[in-house]
Structures are given as structure tokens and as C-alpha cells.
Design a protein around this ligand. Structure first.
Ligand code: HEM
Length: 440
């Protein structure tokens, strides 16, 4: 069974509002999840992915078809860190970037508070109070009351532009927070799909719920924030099989997520993901993490003309099994680890460049979604990867890895078109709001 952690400090699991039918159903699912977690894990593990139970008979006799699967796993809103960062790959999600359109610091603070209230409500699946029928409804109604927003996570991050001279934050900028540099393969990157003052990363059981969550956030912040760009995405979660490591395949056909940091390992998360006290960062940033987001178009039709052996050399892994070249199982170590002169995996293969496994190599926590944005006029599919990664420092994380990857053979088949670098705010204290320590 695949177990997914929450940080032990984030132990204030939000409870659904008492008395609502939707909240009751969510509570039943969460209780089942918690029970399974207790049964199969140590104290650090609070969430279970891939668990299934029989349908639940509810108090009013309805058969709830809600299953406590990975996609329905609740995640805490309050805690030292924003819990969404550690979640296993989700079936659906999006990244949305906003520009702040008010020049007033107090108005921006008001927007952050309103956003936090809404996000807490979404993440704990509290029912929306009905309004007078002669007023516009309080939500769009696109999410059915049986499922509500169970399993939604929202992660809020800030871009370097928020720390200009508009809001008196210029001396509070995380030290490494900069606009996304232009890399070797970035000539198709478009400004209108890049950057932004704030970003939200939403994960959800399905696309409709993810977009609903975005709509709710935009609804309460519409006077202060304006959407700059949105990229939706999805994952097909692979059924679990013995020896399988990665939960997803990307649209080039390869298993993705095989060699990744383990979010269940609290020490590893401290070392590589969360900003720590004593880091050369503003005090408010402790508990946060840097996020790099890249919208990377894949030239799928061109890739399909490359021989399988070539495709496998480009990544350094076998396509079907995910094993390192020359090995049998996905979890096997590549041979260059024990013998640096072994070239079974080409030296410019993606996996070898990304992680040469030399002492001191920086590591990142990778997440992502596949996307389809329609088709071009020439009839080619506009598909790709919404790449996300999290790290305690950009210089030893994304920037270091991307610099090593610059000029890699994979670049013939993939072209970044947008994204940005953001700093994921620390989690809010119980009863607090996202950004409270920044604006203190
Ligand atoms: C469309 C673009 C990309 C595709 C299709 C892709 C695909 C893959 C695949 C198939 C693997 C091997 C399986 C695994 O360990 O997950 C991998 C590994 C990895 N990728 Fe990417 N990747 C892309 C972009 C990036 C970017 C932009 C970065 C970071 C700057 C990155 C960093 C890594 C790292 C660190 C690993 C693990 C290497 C290891 O430890 O063996 N990838 N990627």
C-alpha cells in the first residue's frame, strides 16, 4: 500500500461543518481514511493513498459511493507547512497565476484573508450556506453536494514581483526568489503565460472540482486579484503492481516519478524541501518552500517518429518497465552509480544529467500534470507536461538541475512555453491566514 504523509506538525485535521449532509459524507470518508492509516502505519503517516472500502450506508439511508481513495484524501489547511505540497500525484489539478490589481496593502491583506477563509472551507469540505433565492447563489453549483470538495488541496505561493515597491515588502523577499531565468531551450516562452504576483496550485479528484475551487477563489478576490494565466492538467494514476514505483506515465509514454524524494520521510523533507530556521532567509519564510512551475509543450508527433531505442537513451530508462537501461526492475539502481565509467546509460540521458548521483547533488520534490490545450492550426496536438518541483533552495534545486539539463537531447522534443518561480507560503497557524507572517 502506498502511504503518503502529512507533516506531524500539521495535525489539526479540519472537521467538516456539523449538521450538513455533504459534511457528514465527507466525515465518513475521512474517518475511513484515518482508520486505514492507523492500521498500516506509524505515527508520521496520516493519509492513505489508493485505499478502498465498501460503499458506506449513510444515516439518512443514502448509499454513499464515496471511496476514500488517494483522490479523496483530506489534507490539513493549518500547520507549519501547506499540506498540498506533500500530496501524492493527483488525478486532476491546475496552476493559476494572479496579478495584484490593487495598490493598497490593506486591500491585499483583506484579499489574503478572504482567500484563506475560502481555501479552508474548500479543503475541509464545509457546506456553502444557501442564500436568499432572490440573490445570486453563493457558488456556481457545478459541484454536486454528494461529493462536495472532498480531496481538494490548494497551495498558495508568491512571485518575486510581489516584493517590488507597491506593498512595502521589498525587504522581505525570499533571498532566491527571482523571475524565471531564460534557459537554452526557452525561446518559445511567452510572457502572458509566465510569472505573476501570486499563484495557486490546486489538486482535486476531478477537473470539474479543481476548476470549481479556482472559481471560488477568484470570486472572493476579484477586486484585488486578476487572473494572469491558468494551466489545467490531469494524471492517470496507475493501478499498483509489485515492483512498481512511479504512479504515473507522462505523455511521452515513460513512467514519471520513479526517482523522487519521499514525502513520507520527514528528515528528507526538512533537508531538501522546507526552509529551516537559520537558513539565510527572512524569518517569515521558515516552513515555506520554493516552487518552480514549467508549462512544457511536447512535440508528440515528432517524438513518435523516434525509434524506441532512441527514446529510451534520451531518458536513460526502459519505456515499459521504467527500469534503468540494462536493468530489469523500475527500482533498480543505474549501473553508473557503482561504476561511473559505465555508459549503459548515456552520459547525456535525462535521468543521468538530472541526478548524476555524485556527492552533494541537490534534490527536488517533483510533481506534475499532463495537459491538452487543443490543437494547432497545422493539426498538431498542443500537449505537454505541467512540471512542478519544490525545494528548500533554488540554487541547489531547480536552477542547479535545469542548468545541468540545458542542451540535453530531450530538448528536441519538448519546448517550455510558460510558468514561473514562486515561494510557497508557510502554513497558517490555527485560526490564522495564509501570508500572515509575511504581512505581520
Ligand atoms: C517535458 C519535460 C520532462 C519530461 C518528459 C521528463 C521526464 C522524466 C522521466 C521519464 C524521468 C525518469 C523517471 C523518474 O525518475 O521519474 C525523469 C526524471 C527526472 N527528471 Fe524529468 N522530465 C521533464 C522535465 C524535467 C525538468 C524541467 C526537470 C528539472 C529541472 C526534471 C528533473 C528530473 C529529475 C531530478 C529526475 C530524476 C532523475 C533521477 O533521480 O534519476 N525533469 N524525468
Amino acid at each position: 500500500m502506498d502511504v503518503v504523509p502529512t507533516d506531524p506538525s500539521a495535525d489539526n485535521e479540519p472537521q467538516p461543518a456539523v449538521g450538513s449532509r455533504r459534511a457528514f459524507l465527507a466525515g465518513a470518508g475521512a474517518a475511513a481514511v484515518a482508520g486505514l492509516a492507523t492500521a498500516c502505519s506509524g505515527s508520521d503517516v496520516a493519509q492513505v493513498a489508493g485505499a478502498e472500502t465498501a460503499p458506506t450506508e449513510t444515516a439518512n439511508g443514502e448509499l454513499a459511493s464515496l471511496q476514500p481513495t488517494a483522490s479523496l484524501t483530506p489534507v490539513s489547511f493549518f500547520g507549519d507547512h501547506q499540506g498540498g505540497v506533500l500530496l501524492a500525484p493527483a488525478p486532476a489539478g491546475l496552476v493559476a497565476s494572479f496579478d495584484v490589481i490593487t495598490a493598497d496593502r490593506a486591500a491585499l491583506v483583506g484579499a489574503m484573508e478572504a482567500l484563506s477563509t475560502e481555501v479552508e472551507r474548500l479543503m475541509s469540505n464545509q457546506a456553502i450556506e444557501p442564500v436568499d433565492e432572490f440573490l445570486p447563489p453563493a457558488d456556481s453549483g457545478v459541484v454536486d453536494e454528494l461529493t462536495g470538495t472532498t480531496g481538494v488541496s490548494v497551495t498558495l505561493a508568491v512571485g518575486s514581483s510581489l516584493f517590488d515597491d507597491r506593498f512595502g515588502l521589498s525587504d522581505q523577499r525570499p533571498r532566491e526568489l527571482v523571475p524565471m531565468p531564460r534557459f537554452f531551450n526557452d525561446r518559445l516562452v511567452r510572457d502572458e503565460l509566465s510569472g505573476g504576483d501570486l499563484s495557486v496550485t490546486i489538486t482535486a479528484p476531478d477537473q470539474q472540482t479543481a476548476v470549481f475551487a479556482l472559481h471560488q477563489i477568484a470570486r472572493v478576490t476579484g477586486r484585488q486579484l486578476r487572473l494572469r494565466w491558468v494551466q489545467e492538467g490531469y494524471n492517470q494514476l496507475l493501478p499498483e503492481r509489485p515492483g512498481q514505483v512511479a504512479r504515473t506515465r507522462n505523455l511521452l509514454g515513460f513512467r514519471d516519478g520513479t526517482s523522487n524524494l519521499d514525502p513520507a520521510d520527514v528528515d528528507v523533507m526538512r533537508e531538501f524541501v522546507w526552509v529551516q530556521p537559520g537558513d539565510d532567509e527572512p524569518e517569515w519564510a521558515v516552513g515555506g518552500t520554493y516552487q518552480a512551475a514549467r508549462i512544457i509543450r511536447m512535440l508528440i508527433e515528432f517524438w513518435a517518429t523516434a525509434a524506441l531505442v532512441r527514446q529510451e537513451q534520451i531518458f536513460g530508462r526502459h519505456r515499459d518497465t521504467g527500469a534503468p537501461l540494462g536493468q530489469q526492475a523500475e527500482g533498480d539502481q543505474p549501473t553508473f552509480v557503482s561504476n561511473p565509467n559505465d555508459d549503459a546509460i548515456p552520459r547525456r540521458a535525462h535521468m543521468r544529467l538530472a541526478n548524476p548521483r555524485t556527492p552533494g547533488t541537490g534534490r527536488i520534490l517533483r510533481r506534475g500534470f499532463s495537459y491538452l490545450n487543443g490543437a494547432d492550426r497545422d493539426g498538431t496536438l498542443d500537449q505537454g507536461l505541467l512540471f512542478l518541483c519544490y525545494q528548500r533552495a533554488l540554487s541547489t534545486g531547480f536552477l542547479e538541475v535545469q542548468t545541468r539539463l540545458d542542451g540535453e537531447p530531450l530538448e528536441d522534443y519538448v519546448k517550455p512555453i510558460g510558468g514561473g518561480i514562486f515561494f510557497v507560503l508557510p502554513g497558517p497557524a490555527q485560526g490564522g491566514w495564509l501570508g500572515e507572517s509575511l504581512f505581520a
